[in-house]
Design a protein around this ligand. Structure first.
Ligand code: SAM
Length: 286
């Protein structure tokens, strides 16, 4: 077996490869305009909620703004209306980002302040959201944001569940994480599904969530994109879909959000307090 990977940078390679593949697929569809997807608004908006400084990562040679702007240029050449929205909350990081002079709308704010930047999103657009905070505590995706997004919106989200030992936070505090994920699941349109992806054997418990058309999930496109992106990861990845495999989806969520000690009494927690399951899960009898 290959030796374990330490540090966070090697994960960036997979994250950027996956981002590039997911956006590239949507851009390809919008630019060829096959009959099957002619209903999609031919106006594309890519929103990077946690843009960072835009400098090229030493491992991947990329940054998320760089990737989004590359796809923007491609659509522009095809004459398709497109824009990139970059949001970064840290002022110093934002200043570095601004220096890169990306052709994008830039906002220096916490992406949880949805009203600051959502006016900029046309309602009749196809939208891709990238949510890539440093760890789950900064997760900016919320119900309020979902209410402001057009109906054809897909998402790639990064969840760092134990970065710097985050799981030492009290369970009471971590209950918010469950609620955040619930908001996302409740927002999913009927024709979309979500897939949770976790890096096996990762102490920081990095995970990703990919949402998009059920058809694309069914065809295995998301699975193959993830496999390709993380083929270098020594212990492999776990991927579970929400709508088709709720039991394992929530089992993986629990592994990410609970400590191992809590996991050993998880069933007891479930049956005695039912604290950590949504009403939806209850009614689905998961
Ligand atoms: C992992 S880095 C982003 C890397 C970048 N997405 C990339 O792949 O090139 C996370 C960045 O998101 C910013 N950030 C975290 N939470 C945020 C939030 N709620 N709103 C806006 N920016 C946020 C942090 O300041 C940090 O610069």
């Amino acid at each position: 077996m290959k030796s374990p990977i330490v540090g966070s940078s090697p994960r960036t390679i997979g994250k950027h490869t996956l981002l590039n593949a997911l956006v590239g697929r949507e851009v390809g569809i919008l630019s060829t305009r096959s009959r099957a997807v002619r209903f999609l608004p031919r106006q594309y908006v890519m929103i990077d909620l946690c843009a960072g400084n835009g400098l090229l990562d030493i491992h991947s040679g990329l940054s998320s703004p760089e990737i989004l702007c590359k796809h923007q240029r491609f659509l522009q050449q095809k004459g398709i209306p497109v824009k990139v929205i970059l949001i970064e909350k840290d002022l110093n990081t934002f200043n570095l980002l601004a220096k890169r002079k990306f052709q994008a709308e830039l906002f220096c704010c916490d992406a949880r302040n949805v009203n600051i930047y959502t006016n900029s999103i046309p309602y009749n657009a196809t939208v891709f959201v990238h949510s890539d905070p440093n760890h789950i505590e900064d997760w900016p995706v919320s119900n309020t944001l979902f209410q402001s997004l057009p109906k054809y919106t897909t998402l790639l989200g990064t969840l760092g569940c134990n970065v710097g030992g985050l799981k030492r936070l009290s369970l009471d505090h971590r209950k918010k994480w469950f609620a955040k994920l619930d908001e996302l699941l409740e927002w999913l349109p009927a024709w979309h599904d979500a897939m949770l992806v976790s890096l096996n054997g990762d102490k920081a418990q990095w995970a990703y969530i990919v949402t998009g058309p059920t058809k694309w999930h069914d065809s295995g496109r998301y699975i193959s994109a993830v496999k390709k992106a993380f083929d270098y990861w020594p212990y492999g990845v776990t991927m579970v879909r929400y709508k088709t495999d709720k039991e394992n989806f929530f089992a993986l969520r629990d592994q990410l959000f609970y400590t191992s000690k809590e996991m050993s009494v998880r069933d007891q927690l479930f049956y005695t307090s039912k604290l950590f399951y949504t009403s939806k899960e209850m009614s689905d009898n998961v």
